[in-house]
Design a protein around this ligand. Structure first.
Ligand SMILES: Nc1ncnc2c1ncn2[C@@H]1O[C@H](COP(=O)(O)OP(=O)(O)OP(=O)(O)O)[C@@H](O)[C@H]1O
Length: 672
């Protein structure tokens, strides 16, 4: 029987099951909605709707592969798991352990597999079958050995949005995706080695397999909104919709909005680098300490009396509050309680001194008459009993100053609070950071990590934290941003992917150890070595730059070859030359990216607005993106524009999947 027909039968069974499961879920949703007595109605509905959304996402190309083991058993793999009516596995979720050999088995290490099969489909119809034999056996009549599906995926036209690659994930990528390591994993590799692919599939994997990630959510950070748009479809198409996609700046901006409003995005790269250095954390901490420094004595008016705590007492209280290591604004409560205690002691001391003086005065006045006994006999005559100590008189008045009640009254006393406010004020992040960057008029995005640092010292950990955090283009983060990100991942379960050779101007680090600080010490570092995006010719064009940027970096191996890069020299205006090249590449087909120095990108975008299939991207925003053809405009200008110019150009040159055009402006006329 034709293998497509065999697979169609399996596929029909899967879709029948998928439809039945959706119908069952719909019925259950209806029942839960009708049951008003169910306290957990909302939770149940959320779970049912989530499962239903996952199945809906999997409806497209539900099954993409199959493995046949040497023992004659077989499994189909897909984006979700499905069980038949009799409990048999119709489809295994790609993340399940049983699916691992599909990705990991090689002819050298077949892992019990005879054959790996890729299935392609359109709608609910099988359109192609492609087999790879894993055990060295010769193809039989049921094996369909042809071109690899990987090559099809790599040569497919780009749409501007990355697609999931669950069917063609390669062994070295899969090893990272399904790593059981729950700590920090750093994945490095040259441009196009699939770091983003790995990061996103890893997010889907941990969501399914790690309870804490499911419970507390997954955060995916990328460098800018353009990049987030580029990757936005991958996780939903893997059935994962509960992932927060953000940039480090947007994340902090959202979390700090209530305290500082919106930061303006006007910071320069130099400001980012300066304010992003780890030293700023010390400066913020020092600024806060300075606000807590002793300011002499503390005086409160209590019942008309001025009660003063001396400098030594106040310093001791401050030291105790600091030693508590509570966030400043919480430690303020402790500070106020300690002040109230000290004031209460002072009040009682004064009362005792006052009474002792009164005793002495009475002694003088009464000439030695035992006042207490006299008063006691008077009271006894009036029907009052003496207390246990036999006292009725003014000594009882001291006892009446119930220390606990007095203390409580002082803790709540607005006068005490006002005095505390002078010694240990309630502070906002802006109060503290204003001391670090005096004279600042507006908060920019470069200040956000400092404000976040201050918020942490003032009020404790952020409210929003995640079970797992994925950081893409991780080389872009400054040490201060890393600190902010780490605060949001208390479990330290992270996947960090990047390439230091592609670092932008805010990055000063040349090793992950420098970039990540202590976190790197326990990290598992993996290196991806195969370039899936671009051709050997394009990598060769970028090689001299890489040699000067990172001479020791292991070189990636391109899987494909293609046309040699073209150099085009503008004979007149640069815009005209770019327009001509863009028109030509657009005609050749696919998505064309024009990567230009930031200062000419807007003008080029207007000039090219009418050309279909062409996007103009300022070079500072091109990290992580890709095009079928890349037109890199004015490489000398890109290199000269900012400190990271060489690395910017390296990023620009490595964006195409096949065609690279470099447009040089006309050289300035030489003086006659
Ligand atoms: N296993 C795979 N199957 C199909 N396509 C793949 C695979 N791995 C990577 N690709 C494709 O290769 C291209 C480059 O991948 P990706 O963007 O993840 O690389 P990267 O290492 O993050 O690159 P950069 O450093 O430039 O950001 C993408 O189009 C991606 O879909």
């Amino acid at each position: 029987m034709q293998q497509t027909a065999v697979e169609q039968r399996h596929l029909d069974a899967m879709y029948a099951r998928l439809d039945a499961e959706q119908a069952r879920l719909a019925a259950e949703v209806g029942e839960v909605q009708r049951d008003a007595s169910d306290d957990l109605r909302e939770v149940r509905l959320a779970l049912l709707n989530r499962r239903s959304a996952t199945l809906r996402a999997a409806d497209h190309h539900v099954c993409f592969g199959r493995i046949d083991r040497t023992d004659g058993t077989a499994l189909h793999l897909g984006r979700v798991g499905l069980t038949g009516a009799d409990g048999e596995a119709l489809l295994v979720d790609w993340r399940a352990d049983a699916a691992r050999p599909f990705y990991a088995a090689t002819p050298a290490s077949p892992e019990g597999l005879r054959r790996r099969r890729h299935l392609t489909s359109s709608g609910r119809t099988v359109t192609g079958v492609s087999d790879e034999l894993r055990d060295g056996s010769a193809p039989g009549p049921d094996d369909v050995v042809g071109d690899g599906p990987l090559l099809d995926a790599l040569t497919a036209r780009r749409t501007g949005r990355m697609a999931e690659v669950v069917a063609t994930l390669q062994a070295e990528q899969d090893a990272v995706v399904r790593s059981p390591h729950r700590g920090v994993t750093v994945v490095e590799g040259g441009p196009g080695t699939g770091k983003t692919v790995v990061a996103l599939h890893r997010a889907a994997y941990v969501l399914a397999m790690f309870d804490e990630a499911r419970a507390d959510g997954v955060l995916v950070l990328g460098p800018n909104p353009r990049f987030l748009d580029h990757i936005s479809e991958v996780l939903p198409s893997l059935g994962e919709n509960d992932v927060v996609l953000s940039t480090p700046t947007a994340l902090l901006s959202d979390d700090l909005a209530a305290s500082i409003g919106r930061a303006v995005p006007s910071a320069t790269a130099r400001a980012h680098r300066r304010l992003g250095s780890a030293r700023q954390a010390t400066l913020v901490a020092d600024a806060l300490r300075a606000r807590q420094a002793p300011v002499g004595t503390l005086t409160v008016l209590i019942d008309g009396d001025r009660i003063t705590l001396d400098a030594a007492t106040l310093a001791e209280i401050r030291a105790t509050a600091q030693a508590s290591e509570l966030p400043h604004n919480q430690a303020r409560d402790l500070f106020r309680e300690l002040v109230a205690d000290a004031l209460a002691d002072e009040v009682q001391l004064r009362a005792r001194v006052f009474l002792a003086r009164m005793d002495e005065d009475m002694e003088v006045l009464t000439g030695g008459l035992d006042v207490e006994r006299a008063v006691a006999s008077d009271l006894a005559r009036l029907g009052y009993a003496a207390d246990e100590g036999g006292a009725y008189g003014h000594r009882a008045a001291v006892a009446e100053l119930d220390p606990q009640a007095l203390r409580e009254a002082l803790v709540d006393d607005p006068a005490v609070d006002a005095a505390v406010e002078r010694a240990w004020p309630r502070l906002t992040p802006a109060d503290v950071v204003a001391d670090v960057v005096p004279g600042v008029r507006r908060w920019t995005d470069a200040h956000l990590p400092l404000l976040d640092e201050a918020a942490h010292l003032l009020d404790g950990p952020p409210e929003r934290t995640f079970g797992h955090v994925v950081v893409d283009e991780a080389q872009e983060l400054t040490p201060m941003q890393w600190r902010a990100v780490l605060r949001r991942c208390p479990a330290r379960s992270m996947t960090i992917v990047g390439d230091l050779a592609q670092a932008g101007p805010a990055t000063a680090a040349t090793t992950w150890r420098q970039a990540l600080g202590d976190v790197a010490r326990h990290a598992e570092v993996r290196t991806l070595t195969v370039c899936y995006r671009t051709t050997a010719e394009v990598l060769a064009e970028a090689e001299p730059l890489l040699a000067s940027i990172a001479p020791d970096q292991p070189r990636s191996r391109a899987l494909r070859t293609g046309p040699p890069p073209r150099h085009s020299h503008a004979a007149g205006a640069l815009t005209d030359a770019v327009l001509a090249e863009a028109g030509r590449e657009a005609t050749a087909g696919g998505l064309v990216g024009v990567v230009a120095p930031d200062d000419v990108a807007d003008a080029l975008a207007s000039a090219l607005a009418g050309v279909d299939g062409v996007r103009v991207v300022p070079v500072s925003q091109v990290r992580g993106l890709e095009f079928d053809a890349a037109i890199v405009v004015d490489p000398v200008g890109i290199r000269a524009a900012r400190e990271s110019g060489d690395r910017d150009l390296y990023v620009a040159l490595t964006r195409p999947t096949s065609r690279l055009v470099i447009v040089e402006p006309q050289p300035p006329a030489s003086p006659a």
